[in-house]
Design a protein around this ligand. Structure first.
Ligand SMILES: [Zn+2]
Length: 456
């Protein structure tokens, strides 16, 4: 099939030279196409999203070439246009004791543009973010002639590969005081340790940003397929989520105190990327994270090149938990990313105390398993999978399954050809976030119980 451009040039060749001057020039493509809302998203949510997209954001028309590029002032350092600097930042403001220094890599472009902050390891045991950001700050991606070359760039990129360094060193999700940093934003300067750190991160690193991409992996005991979580009713976040270029987008506001929810309240675009599990370096999730970040920077016209687009997107307003009704040892038959039919056996449970018997766990609906348990130890009620109940667009989805019936995620199999945003099929996945939000943890550690007590 011919693309629009090819058809046009073929028509051109048939037109005589005399009439060329009369041809009305093709209208210039809009810099950012209008955002669409899939028409099958539940009506109430669709209206909310449409209302959100109508609101003009402070981000629109902020950067023009007339503004000229200035020195970027960050943490009392002056970064010149075209410069890359690594700047230390203390998570705690103390004169004695450990101030928990981390590093921020700043790339300041030669043209005006947005400030994009990339974050890894808000949860110290989630290593996909640190790996993706470490590669992007390495010699293959950063510097002259590479994808992230400040002398070719508009705007500013700040990269923080490991935000929760104390947790990372202890291979723990939490801060040393047992709290979850991603539940304490915007924080407070005189409250508990984690809240103080959140306050410094919020006021020094985040509040000046225009776009934030927060990289995560699933909490202990499960794994996620690469997916974006975003509040689709926040217009610049909606744009960022679509720009990332992958198939699965969950429409959630994020937990109370999370960086994403707090950023959106201040009209800062923020998306959460989820891929793989904690304590593991899932290469596919790392690759898709890097691919998505470059896609966003290209979509924002900060770096050269066209963004890649997926063939379709699942815009999900709900998911279903599949739980075990028995206790024992779990064997997951349908890995994360599987398309499953209603009634399909997705896992079995056996019990060492009662050998010879086993229990099948059945998928209640057809859909895409976006997360599965990795810990074999289950009791009655343990979630073993999170299912997006896909009813529409099933054929489109099935066209992108591999031999094992798993979705081939854009960016995991090399760059797909550039695709116009209008050519992507938006498939809505209706439902409720029943039985807990997808952000909820599956198991409660002692640390977590402490934090939940404080929350209530
Ligand atoms: Zn996380």
């Amino acid at each position: 099939m011919l693309t629009g451009a090819e058809e046009e040039s073929n028509n051109d060749s048939l037109i005589s030279k005399e009439s060329v001057n009369k041809i009305v020039p093709r209208s210039k493509k809009r810099r950012f196409g209008p955002l669409k809302v899939a028409n099958q998203i539940p009506k109430s949510r669709r209206l909310e999203i449409e209302k959100g997209l109508e609101k003009s954001s402070k981000l629109s028309n902020k950067w023009t070439r007339k503004v000229g590029v200035k020195t970027h002032n960050f943490l009392r350092k002056r970064i010149k246009p075209g410069e890359i600097r690594t700047i230390p930042f203390n998570l705690l403001d103390v004169k004695i004791g450990d101030s928990w220094p981390i590093n921020v890599t700043v790339l300041h472009g030669v043209r005006p543009g947005p400030i994009v902050t990339l974050l890894g390891a808000i949860h110290g045991d989630e290593l996909v973010g640190p790996l993706a950001l470490t590669y992007l700050s390495g010699p293959n991606f950063l510097g002259e002639g590479n994808a992230l070359d400040p002398s070719m760039m508009s705007g500013t990129v700040r990269i923080i590969s490991v935000l929760n360094l104390p947790g990372y060193r202890r291979q723990s999700r939490y801060f040393p005081d047992g709290r979850d940093l991603n539940r304490f934003f915007p924080g407070s300067y005189d409250s508990n340790t984690t809240s103080r750190v959140a306050h410094r991160i919020w006021s020094k690193l985040i509040s000046g940003s225009d776009y934030v991409i927060d990289l995560h992996a699933a909490a202990k005991g499960r794994t996620n397929i690469p997916q974006i979580r975003v509040n689709l009713a926040h217009s610049p976040s909606n744009f960022t989520a679509r720009s990332f270029g992958i198939e699965t987008i969950l429409d959630t506001k994020g937990p109370r105190g999370s960086l994403r929810r707090t950023a959106n309240q201040e009209d800062i675009a923020c998306i959460t990327y989820e891929g793989g599990g904690s304590d593991e370096a899932d290469p596919e999730s790392v690759q898709v994270a890097m691919y998505g970040i470059l896609n966003v920077l290209r979509s924002l016209r900060m770096i050269p090149g066209y963004p890649s687009r997926p063939r379709f997107r699942l815009l999900a307003t709900g998911s279903d938990w599949i739980r075990s009704d028995q206790g024992g040892l779990l064997d997951v038959l349908a890995p994360a990313g599987s398309y499953v039919e209603e009634g399909e056996i997705v896992a079995t449970v056996t019990d060492p105390y009662d050998p010879g018997t086993s229990h099948d766990i059945i998928s209640p609906k057809q859909g895409l398993l976006i997360s599965t348990a990795t810990s074999p130890f289950v009791t009655s009620g343990t979630p073993i999978g999170n299912l997006l109940p896909v009813k529409r667009g099933v054929n489109t989805l099935m066209d992108r399954l591999d031999e094992e019936g798993c979705l081939i995620i854009s960016g995991s199999d090399g760059d797909p050809p550039w695709r116009d945003d209008d050519d992507i099929e938006d498939i809505s996945v209706a439902g409720e976030w029943s039985g807990g939000s997808p952000d909820a943890e599956w198991g409660l550690s002692n640390d977590k119980m402490l934090q939940e007590e404080e929350d209530s």
